[in-house]
Design a protein around this ligand. Structure first.
Ligand code: ADP
Length: 462
């Protein structure tokens, strides 16, 4: 249960790691010190041996030490010296007073062969480091000198160190654990506040932000990323709500018109021509509704990613010419000149139906928003890995402040005028979606009063 808290887990890992590191460190210090102390002890035994070798005397050709070299009995347990002759017989024994250190025959024999060695011996309840070394006579090895040096001081130092470590280890560990708990708590406390704040943010109220004053570290970045995400969600929800409201509004207008006309028609007896007139008008409104619902459906399915985009070889020029021919009657009816500025052959990998719809939408707009006597031109070109399609007209154009928004859903520069023309402000949204779905883009330029130009850039097929 407690391990579900990052703080507890973090502290636990930290303490475990520290315990291992401390144990390694303490062990290392202890072993190193022990090694050095024994080394020193051996060196001091060696230097005492060197001194004694200088005062070796020979009695009947056998080496021994003068009596002055023997310690007083009370200190025999601290240090002693012993001398053997070439036959391995003891000729001097300074440890005898304290009970005598056991003789290691093998070590004596090795020394007689010229080999120096070190061993541990027990005198009474003392442990001594014993150095066994050959006595070089005038002709070869004359005997063996054995020097014992108490290990007591070394052992005392080592046990003191052990006690210090045994106390310091748990104390350090406890202090570090407390520090770990504190630090983990401090580092993680913004996350707790983040969680509490995040709980307050609901789909109904996305206006809340964490807005925490945090430094630019991991937690600070998390909080800011979270805020950015909520902001994006907020914008998306707003757009969704706005879209629903706009759609309802747009659908209500023709429905209200239909209802009004039907009610007036039903108000009193009328002749057949009047009824026909009402039905014709209702039919127009229903057409408008059908177009709008079709556009809404296209956008909704596009949003949901449900419209499959075919990738087939498409000749942009052929498509533009086909669209122009399809709309020529409409342009002529409005007294407009509709022309094509043919460019090079441009091959695209695209969805033919969608690209045709895009060109038709742009041409349809240009024809709708250009007064009689004007002209509409479609052109295409290729360059820089891109195909460019341009539809320009000599109409009223689009004021600069509206240029950036004409691709938004339901956006119309002049609602009254556009609605009469039958648009709900969805055509350019669909154009933008088609361009982007093909990895391209769409933009608009306009000089108000002198016309507008819509440019679509599409990636060329590799
Ligand atoms: P609509 O269905 O109203 O035409 P669109 O999304 O196609 O909707 O266009 C959005 C708005 O952009 C239009 O209402 C119109 O005001 C403006 N617009 C589009 N094309 C042109 C153009 N060629 N000339 C002037 N205004 C245009």
């Amino acid at each position: 249960m407690i391990l579900r808290s990052v703080r507890a887990r973090l502290t636990l890992w930290y303490v475990l790691l520290l315990a291992v590191i401390l144990a390694g460190f303490s062990g290392g210090v202890y072993l190193l010190l022990r090694h050095n102390l024994y080394d020193n002890l051996d060196q001091s035994a060696q230097s005492r041996a060197d001194t004694l070798l200088g005062v070796v005397i020979y009695e009947e050709g056998r080496p021994t030490l003068p009596l002055t070299a023997s310690p007083d009995p009370s200190s025999a347990e601290e240090s002693f010296a012993r001398v053997f002759d070439a036959a391995g017989e003891v000729t001097f024994d300074g440890s005898a007073a304290a009970g005598g250190a056991p003789i290691d025959r093998a070590a004596v024999d090795r020394a007689l062969r010229g080999e120096t060695s070190t061993r541990t011996a027990t005198v009474g309840d003392e442990k001594l480091r014993v150095r066994v070394l050959p006595i070089e006579g005038e002709d070869g090895i004359a005997g063996v000198l054995e020097v014992g040096q108490s290990r007591d001081d070394v052992n005392d130092t080592l046990s003191a160190l052990l006690i210090i470590l045994a106390v310091a280890y748990p104390v350090t560990l406890a202090a570090a654990s407390a520090g770990g708990v504190f630090l983990a708590g401090r580092a993680l406390s913004p996350i707790d506040s983040l969680t509490r704040l995040a709980r307050r943010i609901t789909a109904e109220d996305l206006s809340e932000r964490l807005a925490m004053e945090l430094p630019d570290d991991e937690v600070g970045r998390l909080a800011r990323t979270f805020d950015d995400m909520i902001a994006r969600l907020d914008a998306a929800f707003r757009r969704q709500r706005q879209f629903t409201a706009d759609a309802s509004h747009e659908l209500r207008t023709p429905l209200t018109a239909i209802k009004g006309q039907v009610e007036v028609a039903l108000g009193k007896e009328r002749d057949a021509a009047d009824y026909r007139e009402v039905l014709r008008s209702v039919n127009e409104e229903v057409d408008r509704l059908i177009r709008m619902v079709a556009s809404l459906l296209t956008l909704a399915r596009a949003d949901a990613g449900q419209i499959p985009i075919a990738t087939e070889p498409v000749s942009l020029g052929d498509l533009v010419v086909a669209a122009v021919e399809q709309l020529r009657p409409m342009a002529e009816q409005r007294g407009l000149e509709l022309g094509v500025e043919a460019g090079p052959t441009v091959a695209l990998q695209a969805d033919e139906d969608l690209i045709l719809q895009l060109v038709l939408n742009l041409l349809d707009n240009a024809i709708k928003y250009t007064a009689p006597g004007g002209s509409v031109t479609a052109a295409w070109s290729a360059g820089g890995g891109q195909a460019q399609l341009r539809v320009s007209d000599t109409g009223a154009g689009i004021p600069a402040e509206h240029l950036g928004r004409v691709f938004d859903r339901f956006y119309r520069v002049d609602s009254a005028r556009s609605r009469d023309e039958g648009g709900a402000g969805l055509g350019l949204s669909i154009c933008r979606w088609i361009a982007e779905a093909h990895g391209g883009s769409i933009s608009a330029e306009s000089e108000p009063g002198r016309g507008a130009t819509f440019t679509v850039a599409l990636p060329l097929s590799p």
